[in-house]
Design a protein around this ligand. Structure first.
Ligand code: PHE
Length: 356
């Protein structure tokens, strides 16, 4: 009996000594293996007298069970230890900020452009794009802009190579050249479609011209509210019976939708543009919010001048319409309450990411 207790104690000690699963299996062999101590004791039973066989056999079995229990406990302990080591090795700090792939987004002015296109699109306006390097004809002459107009001076306009000595090419100073470009195409397409081969001014029936032309424009100008590159969006609606009343209606509707405000006032302030007659600056006034009460200029506008209607290839006795040119940069500043235009073009991600 004493001997069995010693064997069990020795097995427990050996198992606890084993530092790895392999060591443990080796230690197991010397007790439970083919010539292990328990196995040998079992074999020795054969030589015992019958009365002792039974009690000694039961005692050996108990010892064997105790050794197996010690073995399993140590196996489990070793497995736990190993798991613990592995967990520590692969430890990860879930409080560290994740590594993200930066997600881009639209520039605030582009967001405005998309809004403008969507709103005018819902009113049946097409969207047209045109060149930023313009000819003297489209930027000035076709728009009834006289030789001595200040916009034609080197101080106000960026001239580039190309064109003629008396009429050099330039970076367009406004999107108004698109009035002519788009209308001329519209008339040409319509004439081809109806088999009209004439090349004089068109005075037949024709679907209305209803278009906006957003894009970049350039002037020699730079301060908190002017940048040498800025954006404009032209609007043009020409038909047989389009009046100033339609301009008021369309532009008022646009502003109220754009600024999501129904108590917004518009003012058409008499002004002058060579290509419209009469002409008006359009001012808006918010009735609430930080800018409330102030009149803010957002667009130039007017009824298309008959000379311009002629340069579109249309008979001004039959066709009439209005045009406007607004500043999407200005609209963006007003919508988001930004006071310095240059922030939009500095490319500072801390500023730009606020609009996402
Ligand atoms: N092109 C004018 C400007 O840049 C704005 C305008 C457009 C005025 C259309 C009347 C009609 O100031």
């Amino acid at each position: 009996m004493n001997e069995l207790n010693t064997v069990v104690a020795s097995a427990q000690a050996d198992f606890n000594q084993a530092g790895t699963p392999a060591d443990l299996e080796n230690a197991k062999a010397s007790y439970l293996g083919k010539s292990g101590r328990i196995t040998e004791l079992m074999k020795g039973l054969a030589a015992l007298p019958v009365d002792q066989k039974k009690s000694q056999g039961a005692a050996i079995n108990l010892a064997k069970q105790a050794i197996e229990a010690a073995l399993n406990a140590r196996r489990q302990a070793l497995a736990d230890e190993q798991l613990q080591v592995q967990l520590e090795a692969e430890a990860l700090d879930v409080t560290l900020p994740g590594r993200q792939r930066g997600q881009g987004g639209l520039h605030p002015v582009s967001i405005t452009m998309e809004r403008i296109e969507a709103i005018f699109g819902s009113m049946g306006f097409e969207v047209a794009q045109g060149p930023e390097i313009e000819t003297d004809w489209f930027n000035f002459t076709a728009l009834n802009t006289p030789e001595d107009h200040p916009a034609r001076s080197m101080h106000d306009t960026f001239y580039v190579e190309g064109g003629s000595a008396t009429a050099p090419n330039l970076l367009r100073t406004h999107t108004s050249p698109m009035q002519i470009r788009h209308a001329v195409q519209h008339v040409k397409k319509h004439r081809a479609a109806v088999g009209d081969g004439g090349d004089g001014l068109f005075s037949g029936t024709m679907p209305e011209i209803r278009v906006i032309a957003p894009g970049r424009t350039y002037r020699v100008d730079s301060d908190a509210t002017h940048s040498p590159m800025f954006h404009q969006c032209e609007g043009l609606w020409v038909g047989e019976n389009v009046s100033f009343k339609d301009l008021k209606f369309v532009f008022t509707d646009f502003c109220r939708i754009f600024f999501e405000s129904s108590d917004l006032m518009l003012r058409f302030r008499p002004s002058f543009f060579p290509f419209t007659e009469p002409s008006a600056e359009i001012d808006i006034q918010f009735q609430s919010g930080p800018l409330s009460g102030r009149w803010l200029e957002v667009a130039g506008s007017g009824q298309v001048h008959p000379n311009v209607v002629r340069n579109m290839g249309l008979d001004p006795e039959r066709f009439i319409g209005f045009a406007f040119g607004m500043g999407p940069d200005r609209l963006t500043m007003l919508r988001y309450g930004v006071s310095d235009l240059r922030l939009f073009f500095d490319g500072d991600i801390r500023f730009l990411s606020q609009f996402q």
